[in-house]
Design a protein around this ligand. Sequence first.
Ligand SMILES: Cc1ncc(COP(=O)(O)O)c(C=O)c1O
Length: 366
Amino acid sequence: MIPYYPLKSICATYEPDLSMKIKDVIDSGRFLRGDANNEFAKQFCEFVGSKHFVGVGNGLDAIALILMSMKILYDWKDDNEVIVPAFTFIASAEGVARAGLTPVFCDIADDFLIDADTIEQHITPKTRAILTVHLYGKVCDMERINNLAKKFDLKVVEDAAQAHGATYKGKMAGSLADAAAFSFYPGKNLGALGDAGGVMTDDDNLAELTTALSNYGSKEKYHHEFQGINSRMDEIQAAVLIARLKHLSRENNRRQQIAKIYSSLISNKACKIPYKGDINSSVFHIYPLLCEKREKLANYLKDNGIETLCHYPAPLHLQPAYSNHKSKKFNISEQVAAMELSLPIHPLLSDEEARFVAEILNNFSY
Ligand SMILES: Cc1ncc(COP(=O)(O)O)c(C=O)c1O
């Protein structure tokens, strides 16, 4: 069987460093807000090219904390709106809602990313920010989106949960807007051994406020200036991320090599392959294939020993949680949700396995 993502084997490649770093934390007797968090923040800021990193509990909280901070800094109200792609993992919209703001959905374009051409149609006097989700590992058209935001005096937040190490015009995801949210969920390109997330920004005030809000709204012990939450990256996860960060660029390159094999060998007319001719623009957190007979194809691949997943089977406006949006129509989001199938892509997948996947796929007919 070619597994979709063999996490246990992937973790084994970081040994013995991984276990030693965890042991160091245990031996230190400090499990929150300690040296490992400081060290990871320093290394990740250098890697991304940004000034501040605040380790938080998970990616959803990172989005929520950025927007909670902006709400306080810029005096936004509950009915203020944040534009979010209709096709993303649900946490993108939940982060907006958790901050007590209103998500407004926008369709995606053929590259699976928020459609810069249609964002403007969704801007109202209540709009305050645009959440750009670098879905599947490809960075959104940040230059156009930042220009649009400037014109309408909006903030731009990157949801970089799937884009660790992805670049855009020579800069890294996480350094391309007012602030960025990262998730280090175990299956991400840079994953922890549990939940973890982080906020990245060049803005001193935003970083200070996010730190306080993530720590019970407190800058000073037992003095609570704001109504905050408890969402901090623990020291063990920070140590795990230090152990993994030095491998990230090599692993992302390996993902791109596998994507090249898939994209050059898959020729089945029933399947549409992503980003033809533009492979290096993504770090391939996911390799998304589009097929009208998705279920049939998934079962056929499974019968041939290839595990696949679907990211994601429904756009956000058709999720029960957002049923107040269900009458809206976002054509591309709906089509991708009906057709997307994710092929195995990870640093341990060999060239032979990638070629085998492509060969089996090319023999699919219905
Ligand atoms: C695009 C996107 N945004 C946000 C999140 C939320 O991250 P977390 O699972 O760490 O809360 C995820 C991942 O799960 C994601 O893929």
